[in-house]
Design a protein around this ligand. Structure first.
Ligand code: IPE
Ligand code: IPE
Ligand code: MG
Length: 244
């Protein structure tokens, strides 16, 4: 596991700009998503090489269901194809693959493939790769609240015992440390309902590069930005310096 404090333990990425990448080339949007898969392969490799322990990628949001039916169905097909092609290689590279999101909303075939990939790679102790599909930060918080409410209703939990840790433990990323660095490609500077709870103290890095063009150089630029941050968590700079 990472010991260099200049390298983020957990990097989260909003992979945006596939559609514009395709449009710029006169191609249909789904060709941008296809190129985006190659960029994912690259970044997984680079992140592991740099010593990142956890990588969380936003692939499809709760709100992306509202896109044209044709685009949604092409994306779902692409997820199936990518799983078929990539899981064995990830497994050989010791990657532990997990998915977060409302997976009951996905078609049965994709859901089964996701579970199989999670089972296959479960014991790997290299990079932990979380892919967010049908994921929304608000969905995550709501399902955590429902789970806690059920425990209270069943008399298993006192309302006063619900603290930060108890709440975190019901979220999709339970057991995973909060992201240290959030990268968003594609020029927009917003969270778009990604990990609302977990990003509380993440360093935010935005770039104009469209996701299919994102590679090692851009990733290193983000790491360099991260290495220059002083993380204070509400303390003063003097307190942070005294503690280091
Ligand atoms: C990100 O690229 C991928 C998904 C949201 C599925 P977009 O498809 O949002 O690309 P732009 O933002 O339209 O260029
Ligand atoms: C965010 O991108 C979701 C993913 C990258 C999967 P969007 O393209 O959906 O975000 P908005 O609509 O521009 O905020
Ligand atoms: Mg977009």
């Amino acid at each position: 596991m990472t010991s260099n404090p200049n390298i983020p333990k957990h990097v989260a990425v909003i992979m945006d700009g596939n559609g514009r990448w395709a449009r710029k080339r006169g191609l249909p949007r789904h060709m941008g998503h296809r190129s985006g898969v190659s960029a994912v392969r690259n970044i997984v490799e680079v992140a592991a090489k740099r010593g990142v322990d956890y990588l969380t990628l936003f692939a499809f949001s709760s709100e992306n269901w509202n896109r044209p039916r044709e685009e949604v169905s092409k994306l779902m097909g692409l997820f199936v194809e990518a799983l078929q092609r990539e899981v064995d290689e990830l497994h050989r590279n010791n990657v532990r693959l997990e998915f977060i999101g409302a997976r009951q909303q996905l078609q049965a075939k994709l859901c089964d493939m996701i579970s199989a990939a999670e089972r296959q790679t479960h014991a790997n102790n290299g990079l932990r790769l979380q892919v967010a599909v049908a994921y929304g930060g608000r969905w995550d918080i709501v399902q955590a609240a429902q789970s806690l409410a059920k425990q209270v209703a069943a008399g298993e939990l006192q309302p006063g015992a619900i603290d930060d840790a108890a709440f975190s433990n019901e979220l999709a990323l339970k057991g995973v440390p909060d992201p240290d660095l959030l990268i968003r490609t594609g020029g927009e500077q917003r969270i778009s309902n990604f990990l609302l709870w977990n990003l509380a103290y993440a360093e935010l890095w935005f770039c104009d590069t469209l996701w299919p063009d994102f590679g090692e150089q851009q990733f290193d630029n983000a790491l360099e930005f991260y290495a220059q941050r002083e993380r204070r968590y509400g303390h003063t700079a003097e307190q942070v310096e005294a503690a280091s």
